[in-house]
Design a protein around this ligand. Sequence first.
Ligand code: ACO
Length: 353
Amino acid sequence: MVNSKIAGIGYYVPEKEVTNDDLAQYMETSDAWIQERTGIKSRRYAEKHKETTTTMGARAAEKAIEDAGIAKEEIDFIIFATLSPDYYFPGCGVLVQRELGISNLEMGALDIRNQCSGFIYGLSVADKFVKSGQYKNVLLIGSEMHSMGIDFSTKGRNVTVIFGDGAGAVVLQPEKDLNKGILTTHLHSDGRDAEELSFISPGSHGGYHDKEGFEDFGFVDPDVPGEIFITEKIAKDGTYPYMNGPAVFKKAVKKFPEVIMTALKTKGYDTKDIDMLIPHQANLRISQFVAKTLGLGPNQVHNNIQKYGNTTAASVPIALAEAIELGKIKDNDLVCLAAFGSGFTWGSALIRW
Ligand code: ACO
């Protein structure tokens, strides 16, 4: 038996910084409103048509591979988590294999579609592959290019001001000491309110999930054959994500503490034992609420949403890499990762560093 450990980590954020005042040029919003509700001051946007979710993921992966001290050819398996893939299909897993120029053309590549909790889901899967002895070097990437898919008109402001672009990556390897590395992971879902945070077109639903209150999404008449792109609706309104902010907030502040406590209790720990909590950077107010609920002090939590916004599948690895860079995580520390997001799905991982 072996555990798995994060042997290498890296992140990439695009150069272009977009402040709240910059956004106020396109939509009715203000720096004060955004900071008060979300804690965000700025975010990064990738360079359109030159950078993509895949290329950003590759830049983060290169750093993680170097940090792990291995050659890219030693990667056995790639897991790529994103909600903003380059293509409808194929997924970014194979695209990043090509972008990295990996010569092993028979490796596996898996795409994960669990939005904000995508990285934790990916970590749990990677952990099992390493623990089972099947793979020795699993590359896990979380990357998002939100700036290509959000509405810059006032109609989309509640979503658009929150999200930013970026990527984070880790390499998982076996750890012989069973008291170190990834100790436990926990994954959960509740699909009853799937549309409360969603991007439903393009999609093959053809109106199937039509329900009261969601007419604005452009569901087609169920008697008319569905189209992946509802062209008339897109010509009129565009196609953008939808978020019921208050509903997401309510659920997140309940599920984050629950899933963190599940991980701690499973291994016989309590909140005082956490050296560093890396919460998915959904909203600074959510992170603060969670810290308060669990009685965690400022030195026990790392947040960086203020400068990067919510980078969804990339937010946990970016914040984790940054915390390490800042010397906030040391050998033998107990580190907890936790996320909540669209689906709804949520999860946690407990790591002895
Ligand atoms: N600038 C100015 N006004 C705005 C903006 C904006 N960017 N966005 C919304 N408003 C307005 C609304 O139009 C509304 O106006 P009205 O009262 O005249 O209708 C008013 O502000 C209040 O709107 P709410 O949506 O009720 O605003 P709320 O106070 O709930 O804040 C927010 C919105 C910040 C999205 C909040 O609901 C929230 O944080 N929810 C959690 C969602 C979240 O964190 N999502 C992250 C992605 S999911 C994840 O990662 C878990």
